[in-house]
Design a protein around this ligand. Structure first.
Ligand code: AMP
Length: 460
């Protein structure tokens, strides 16, 4: 992080600077330092930045600064590849918008019913965040108007192109005013991003933050083994490298299920995530993993998109992706914010050709080891430190983190130190509790009232 404070940006109001400071944003991240001055001047940006860089605030602060709160029309549209990312972006925008009253941010994504979205739009929205497919549906139905748009943002544009949204994006952009500001963010710069930028942007300022990954924070290790030995080799590697928590990537749903089962049989608390799961189940998996209540999360790339864990010690490529860029993106989930990260990849002879492409893309080779070099520690598997409890009440029941913490620590319950992360969703909440006192906390909560409501509580 740079040492430049947000107060260096004259275009921002003192209220916004205060708001940022309340959010704990004192200094700009590298991408913010480069992107915000031109973005606040209204220039188009072509920015290379990945999740974790602070890119959401970079475009969010810029688009909010231009809003006219008294005009209840859509002034900014952020397109994202997935529902999870859209939700995260909207959450961040709402926080960034707190410096002025009554800014409405609406999420428009597929996979949920369209009726409530139409109702939200009818009440007027300043900012819309969503996936291209559903945004197009609304335009077709005339339930969304973007002819007064000032700012168009493409977030994770490379992913959106990979997912086949190119025509939708073009179509949507063509319905916005030509003099809009267009901010394009992408983790990678394949040729089709340059084309998209040519089509949609005017003299964009090119911005890239330091090399995507620095070798010093992520240790990569490739292990060559036979196809039938993969699972057993992984088990040895987990023990050898003492991996206690990791996201593991597979290319298909079947592989996700097989590996999950294998790891469970080995005694690891393992969660699976794939695209066919219900949103409610996915949310629970994200939360449980983030709260530190599981060892491993096995996922496909698409399913893992919305997972944001700042402090992930390791990433495993159980199967290598087809693209070198996807590999870089996957391993970038570990070693964040200057922390050490480990990226293990299991490769078969048949996949070995991908190694050259990856080495080429990242500009250096990675050591290859054989399973014989792995020395399992022999130590028993430690259970995860935390247990997640699920409480039958959430944001819509006006329950806040403080209410849950209060209920847990009241009347001889447990201490604040024994409570970990608290996540409040719409209709349920999750709280992480140290494993040793989880049952005590569960019993205590079951007897308690939260916000004067009796709630059901279960271990997940
Ligand atoms: P993003 O790359 O947008 O996903 O942001 C990564 C994380 O960094 C989010 O949790 C933000 O809330 C946080 N963040 C963004 N900007 C700053 C900042 N200037 N200072 C501290 N944290 C920040």
């Amino acid at each position: 992080m740079s040492q430049t404070g947000f107060s260096a940006l004259n275009a921002l109001s003192p209220e916004q600077i205060d708001n940022l400071s309340r959010l704990g944003y004192e200094h700009m991240t590298a991408i913010q330092e480069k992107a915000l001055p031109p973005a606040l001047e209204g220039k188009d940006l072509l920015a290379k930045a990945k999740t974790g860089s602070g890119k959401t605030a970079a475009f969010g602060i810029a688009l909010l600064n231009k809003l006219n709160p008294r005009f209840f029309g859509v002034q900014a549209l952020v397109m994202c590849p997935t529902r999870e990312l859209s939700t995260q972006v909207a959450d961040e925008l709402r926080k960034l918008a707190r410096y002025q009253p009554n800014i409405k941010v609406v999420v428009l994504c597929g996979g949920v019913s369209i009726g409530p979205q139409i109702a939200s739009l009818e009440h007027g929205a300043h900012v819309v965040v969503g996936t291209p497919g559903r945004i197009k549906d609304h335009l077709r139905k005339n339930t969304l108007k973007i002819d007064q748009l000032q700012t168009l943002v493409l977030d994770e544009a490379d992913r959106m192109l990979d997912m086949g949204f190119r025509d939708d994006i073009r179509d949507i952009a063509s319905q916005t005013p030509a003099q809009r500001q267009t901010l394009l963010f992408s983790a990678t710069y394949p040729d089709n991003i340059a084309q998209l930028s040519d089509e949609l942007q005017r003299d964009p300022i090119d911005i890239a933050v330091e090399s995507v990954h620095q070798t010093s924070t992520i240790t990569q290790q490739w292990i060559l083994c036979g196809r039938d030995e993969k699972a057993a080799t992984l088990a040895k590697a987990l023990s050898h490298f003492q991996v206690q928590q990791a996201v593991m990537f597979c290319n298909t749903r079947q592989a996700v299920e097989d590996l999950t089962q294998y790891l469970r049989n080995q005694g690891y608390l393992t969660l699976a995530l794939h695209g066919d799961m219900e949103q409610r189940d996915r949310d629970q998996v994200y939360v449980q993993f983030r709260q530190g209540s599981a060892h491993f999360l096995v996922a496909t790339d698409v399913a893992a998109r919305g997972l944001d864990v700042d402090d992930l010690p390791a990433v495993v490529n159980y199967e290598l992706p087809r693209d070198a860029d996807v590999y870089i993106h996957r391993i970038g989930r570990t070693g964040r914010a200057g922390k050490e990260g480990l990226a293990l990849s299991l490769i078969t002879e048949k996949e070995d050709y991908k190694r050259a492409a990856i080495a080429d893309t990242q500009g250096y080779d990675v050591p290859l080891m054989s399973p014989a070099e792995l020395k399992p520690s022999g130590a028993a598997i430690q259970k995860p430190a935390m247990v997640s409890l699920c409480i039958s009440g959430g944001r819509k029941n006006k329950i806040r983190a403080g209410d849950i913490l209060g209920a847990l620590t009241s009347a001889g319950g447990i201490t604040g130190q024994q409570v970990g992360k608290i996540d409040i969703l719409d209709f349920v909440a999750y709280v992480a509790i140290e494993r040793e006192v989880a049952n005590k906390a569960l019993a205590h909560l079951q007897k308690s009232r939260i916000k004067n409501q009796s709630v059901k509580v279960r271990r997940v």
